[in-house]
Design a protein around this ligand. Structure first.
Ligand code: C2E
Ligand code: CA
Ligand code: CA
Ligand code: CA
Length: 279
């Protein structure tokens, strides 16, 4: 089963396939890609399993390189972070995400939420929020329909600064999710001191829920604690009905995974949305 969506575009380059010189060249290509049309924002739906509706989608960046073909975001996001391009890249993503969201709302999906991945490097950038406000201000969207997903790695940032940024996002109405929960070192107790709205359980804990007693314990207790802290719980990486049922039984409400839909381009996503409503 081809799990590397987008493989059809061309060669799939692994991280180790690039040497130092190639990485430098790639970084410059990435800068160019922001101006050409090699970047595309994909959407992957998040399903509210209780309400049986589409809660929204996570936007995931895709890069179709002119020579190498499709390059995985794990590779080029890291590159962008290492070379300082990430801030511009994130603003590009936020801009497209808002544009797509505005379109979706205009089609009548009023409560639709779009989740955007934000890098720890963005949070450290002193003018990040000023730039974000400028971008978002161009669109007619409720800010509460935007969620910023931050990985636990932002916790290594200056706590005071992080909490300032988060409080400001909160007061703007933007929701904040803790992404990849469980893969870093932060505790829920620590997280509970910051105004998070949502917790995303990483797919590495979700994928073997049916066979791993250990993963089940981690997921079960995470859901329970998150709910006690008033956080919305989202699970990613659901690939089967069995996994969905286990998560549902333990109180997880929002699901994301190939079982429902893989990430696809915006047009395809809109077509999928229209079909889903009928189901
Ligand atoms: P993530 O934020 O944890 O995103 C979820 C990843 O899980 C996505 O990989 C998605 O395609 C994949 N996924 C979703 N459902 C399933 C499933 O059922 N099975 C499996 N095997 N995988 C599933 P993707 O798109 O390759 O992105 C990888 C990572 O790259 C993301 O992980 C995120 O950390 C980063 N990334 C992607 N787009 C952006 C972006 O616009 N900005 C930033 N800063 N990072 C991004
Ligand atoms: Ca969301
Ligand atoms: Ca994410
Ligand atoms: Ca993840």
């Amino acid at each position: 089963k081809g799990k590397r969506e987008g493989m059809g575009f061309g060669i799939y380059k692994q991280k180790e396939a690039f040497n130092v010189a190639q990485r430098l060249a790639l970084a410059s290509d990435l800068q160019q890609a922001l101006r050409s049309n090699e970047l595309e924002l994909f959407h992957q739906p998040q399903i509210d399993i209780n309400k049986k509706i589409v809660d929204g989608s996570e936007v995931l960046l895709r890069w179709q390189h002119h020579d190498y073909g499709f390059i995985a975001p794990d590779v080029f996001i890291k590159l962008a972070e290492d070379t300082g391009i990430i801030n511009e890249l994130t603003l590009w993503v936020v801009d497209r995400a808002c544009r797509d969201l505005e379109k979706i709302i205009s089609l009548g999906y009023n409560d639709y939420n779009v989740s955007v991945n934000i890098s720890g490097k963005d949070i450290s950038e002193p003018h990040f929020l000023t730039h974000v406000k400028k971008v978002i201000g161009q669109y007619d969207i409720p800010l509460s329909s935007l969620t910023f997903e931050l990985t636990e790695s932002v916790m290594v940032n200056d706590f005071h600064h992080l909490s300032q940024i988060m409080n400001e996002l909160s007061s703007m109405g933007i929701h904040v999710a803790i992404d990849d929960y469980g893969t870093g070192y932060s505790s829920l107790l620590y997280i509970s001191q910051l105004p998070f709205n949502e917790l995303k359980i990483d797919k590495s804990f979700v994928m073997n829920l049916d066979t791993s007693e250990r993963d089940l314990t981690i997921v079960r207790t995470t859901i329970e604690m998150a709910k006690n802290l008033g956080l919305k719980v989202v699970a990613e990486g659901i690939e089967s009905k069995v996994i969905e049922e286990i998560l549902k039984r333990h109180g997880c409400q929002i699901m994301q995974g190939y079982y429902y839909q893989k990430p696809v381009g915006f047009r395809e996503h809109l077509a999928w949305l229209a079909r889903y409503q009928v189901d």
